[in-house]
Write a protein that binds this ligand. Sequence first.
Ligand code: MG
Length: 271
Amino acid sequence: MKIVRFIPKGGNEPVYGVLQSETTAELINGDIRGNYQTTGQTAEIKKLLVPVEPSMICAIGLNFAEHAAEFNLPIPDYPVLFMKAPSAIQNPGDPIEIPTHLASHQVDYEAELVVIIRKECKNATPENALDYVLGYTCGNDVSARDWQKEFGGSQWCRGKSFATFAPLGPCLVTPDEIPNPQNLKLSSTVNGELRQSSTTANHIFSVRDLIVFLSGSTILPAGTAIFTGTPSGAGLARNPQVYLKEGDEVTIEIEGIGKLTNPVVEEVLKC
Ligand code: MG
């Protein structure tokens, strides 16, 4: 199933539904992390929202050999973990804001498969790791490279956590539709121009490996989002480097999930 969270036409409160067409969904009753039923009632989608509001966002750096190679970095022995602020989420279709108050001049895109954890998870095993998956969605690990690399005191969190830097969507695809998350094509385009193109078959650490590693002696609360890493071709690695600017439009597409598109604007300072 492709589950969407949205504001229905004629309503103001978010609801969940199973996607039927680009503009309609069958409403769901209950908790998508536990017991729920479809109602047989169709609603028109007025506004798509992030499919889940994550309790925690774990993100993995350098999970594609081609991406490590373009920075002349060795393939890591263990997954490289950093955190993004859950308050950085952004809905499909809503803008990525280039920071102007704490200004950045190097805002970049990163296409990533995102895994959502269904129930609290600690010390998962290779055998049961995928049982914890609620579903999969597209993510854009938006990154201010200047704050990530030069001004962040060697920590990536600052440059990865600005408001709107974690677009998610357009839907959550349940694991029965993606029994093997390691064979999905993923890409990014900016203004229709292809920038990244790869497949999750090239992950250094698989989704299964990541859940085992991240939950080791660590609690992953229900609703944790895991950004699983990006392939080569981000703006930082291009020659010449090219960063996002107001007026751009970024699309992340993953096979079997769909397209996540966000326009780019500059942060407007309120007096
Ligand atoms: Mg990333």
